[in-house]
Design a protein around this ligand. Sequence first.
Ligand SMILES: [Ca+2]
Length: 339
Amino acid sequence: MQLHHAIAERGRCLNWSRALARFLGVAVAVALFYAEGTFAQTSLTGERPDIFIDTDAKNEVDDQNMIAYCLFSDLPIVGVSASHWKDRKGTEEESYDELVKVVDLCRRSGSPKDPPIYHGADRALSKPESGNTWDTVPIETPASRAMMKRIEHASKDDPIWLAATGPATNMASAVLLAAKKGMTQEQLRQRVKLFWIGGEGTDEFNWSGDVWAGVILGRFGLDHVRWPAYETRKIKADLSRYPENEVGNYLRGITPDGKALYDIAAPAAFINRHAEKGWESNLRHFVVVSSPDYDLAWREEGPNTMVRNVDEDAMANDFYETLHRNPARIKTTPITSER
Ligand SMILES: [Ca+2]
């Protein structure tokens, strides 16, 4: 079944003065948010990133393209996991089977990467009665446990990036599991960073697949980078550019020409940051201000980053170059410039 990203009209049309007005109107919600802590600004660039990719792989063909991009890239992919998708119309099992298939096709086409593959959640998180982020009960799966182990073994100098191209259930569960094992917010902040192809409104496709997970991502107070679908949709497929190998033939067979390749923005974002490509611009720092009924507003400051413009042609070009075994080289020394 092919489903398509429903891009939030509210998110697209949001202007910051209106967001601020809404912010001022939800004093109770603000109190809830700040009761959970305010957060220092930290660098979003740095060392070579260890990346754990979570995907609703069978939802839409941009996920399979994204997986191939990861597998042929120079990025350190330490694990991949499967997710349900919107309102359980798509099952985790379907995503897992597709993930196994595409990783195998990449291997048979010459990818040297063989990341462990994990089953993830088959449902969304439930909002706790208290409405408090840290009261949320995580969904324990092989995926969330593996991510949690990565968090436990990470450090300030060697953090783990959790990156999701579907609902945020698995990575949110991993952060909650680590917290329940006694890790403090400061320890979490040093060890784990979050990347999400997610929107500005809860009716965006990935966000609507697990509304509460998307809300608490912004409340964790961790480095959190969000690329909304209305930007990443500009990256288009070109069927003439896939390689003549097993995975290239598979992707060419399932991908409509000109299809929006939303999710390849996940590896592209890391390549951009660690190969100094300059593909993203107009970055906004924001915090999520959320009332208990999910009415959301955005305020333009905080530890989270929303990317509001991308160089779609450069990203598509790097994607196809990478599939042709010419990946951008990832730097192993820190990039010191602030964005
Ligand atoms: Ca996806």
